[in-house]
Design a protein around this ligand. Structure first.
Ligand code: AMP
Length: 417
């Protein structure tokens, strides 16, 4: 049975909380962006304020064994500073029984990197490159078997479990999903997870109409499942960015040297046919900014998207595309944005993506619900200073993408079951 963090009584309880403290560190092991730590603070503070003790667990990077480079010790002082209380450290996440048992209300213990153990992900490590299928199978079975003990040990530290790591919610790992079964009546989402789930529901389940999805980014292949799911949900589908050229080429357009995936042209045509059948309006780019190189000092010109000359490649949406898309966006009540509509990392090619961010902000101010998530559009709105002007900006790239594909994420399912 799922509990809600707001109604749960933490008095005298020990809560084991899975957070995503996978923050970027520089060569001196200093945190360069602490957004992920800050994002978990409301949940952590709620437990402490409610009279509970905290056992915090996370991964950091992708260590394949115990490796001090990936130690969570690097972030201990900063977590302590942000929480406003001293934080103890367990050098081994599997040997923290005594420290966990000694925790008093208001005290905090941070466990060392869960991914020092292969059991966290449940995938075998150190297999020889020439391992046979039999050997691979045996190694997988071995790690799955020892994973049970690993999970049980983590669960033994606490009275309740909170998952607040949306960034890893699409993984069925020990700490993100499997551990939940040890807390049938005492498992819950943290505030961050709750916010992400509500945002997903606002677009996928309770969208006010008209509902518009703007799907951009580089490749059709990585967004195919999202596009297909969107066809079941939206009134309008704006397809921009590099992936748009596969659609334009599939329709017989000339796209010069623009990014495209020939092998996906049949699927692109299928998506367009399905959209027609379902009455979904598709808005491809009609006009494109093209460049003769992928750099700030490239020569550029604006041309129709289906008449791009050889030697030139589409790098951003042209003014006419943006004007049409703006009309659609401003007439929408729900807007989902996934993926930039141009190569926004290069300033000269960022105008289209900036315009979409502005349109979204304006539509939001007029009362629309807007969600930005799953892909580089998150980096774009944040970098361009629009994150406070849209309704919600997701913190989980891969997790949000899978949610938008219509999948129930293992980290969410484990709490709901
Ligand atoms: P994604 O992670 O799928 O959202 O893709 C984001 C990437 O798509 C960004 O790095 C953009 O630079 C890239 N992108 C967007 N439009 C284009 C384009 N016209 N040509 C090449 N790359 C693009």
């Amino acid at each position: 049975m799922q509990q809600f963090i707001d109604s749960y009584d933490f008095t005298g309880k020990k809560a084991i909380v899975r957070v995503d403290f996978n923050v970027p560190l520089n060569e001196n092991f200093e945190i360069t962006d602490d957004t992920r730590i800050r994002a978990a603070l409301p949940t952590l503070k709620k437990v402490l304020a409610g009279g509970g003790a905290l056992i915090i667990m996370s991964h950091l990077g992708r260590p394949k064994k115990v490796d001090p480079k990936f130690s969570l010790k690097h972030i201990l002082a900063h977590v302590s500073e942000l929480l406003g209380v001293p934080v103890q450290f367990a050098e081994d996440c599997q040997k923290a029984q005594a420290q966990a048992a000694a925790l008093k209300p208001g005290e905090v213990l941070l466990l060392e990197n869960l991914r020092y153990y292969a059991e966290e992900e449940g995938k075998p490590r150190g297999l020889a490159e020439d391992a046979t299928d039999e050997e691979k199978k045996a190694a997988k079975a071995a790690v799955k078997a020892s994973q049970k003990e690993f999970v049980k040990t983590l669960a033994s530290y606490a009275d309740c479990y909170i998952n607040d790591a949306f960034g890893t919610a699409h993984r069925a790992h020990a700490s993100t999903a499997l551990i939940a079964e040890y807390f049938p009546n005492d498992k819950m989402f943290g505030y961050l997870m709750e916010g992400e789930i509500k945002a997903i529901d606002n677009v996928l389940k309770n969208a006010q109409r008209p509902f518009t999805a703007i799907i951009g980014g580089s490749k059709v292949s990585s967004k195919l499942a999202v596009l297909e799911n969107m066809l079941e949900k939206v009134d309008n589908l704006i397809i921009g960015g590099g992936m748009g050229y596969t659609f334009i080429k599939a329709q017989g357009g000339h796209i010069g040297n623009s990014l495209h995936e020939d092998e996906l042209m049949p699927q692109a045509l299928e998506i367009l046919a399905k959209a027609k059948e379902k009455g979904v309006n598709v808005y491809l780019s009609v006009q494109t900014l093209v460049a003769d190189a992928f750099s700030q000092d490239a020569n550029t010109q604006v041309v129709p998207s289906n008449e791009i000359p050889e030697g030139w490649e589409g790098v951003d949406a042209g003014p006419e595309s943006l004007a049409r898309w703006r009309d659609v966006i401003l007439n929408s009540k729900t807007i989902l944005w996934n993926g930039p509509v141009g190569v926004f990392e290069i300033e000269k090619f960022a105008q289209g993506t900036l315009q979409i961010a502005k349109d979204l902000a304006e539509a939001t101010e007029k009362g629309a619900y807007s969600l930005v998530g799953g892909g580089d559009s998150v980096a774009a709105v944040t970098q361009m200073g629009f994150s406070k002007k849209v309704s919600y900006v997701s913190t989980g790239g891969g997790a949000m993408l899978e949610a938008l594909e219509g999948k129930l994420l293992p980290g969410i399912a484990a709490i709901l079951e």
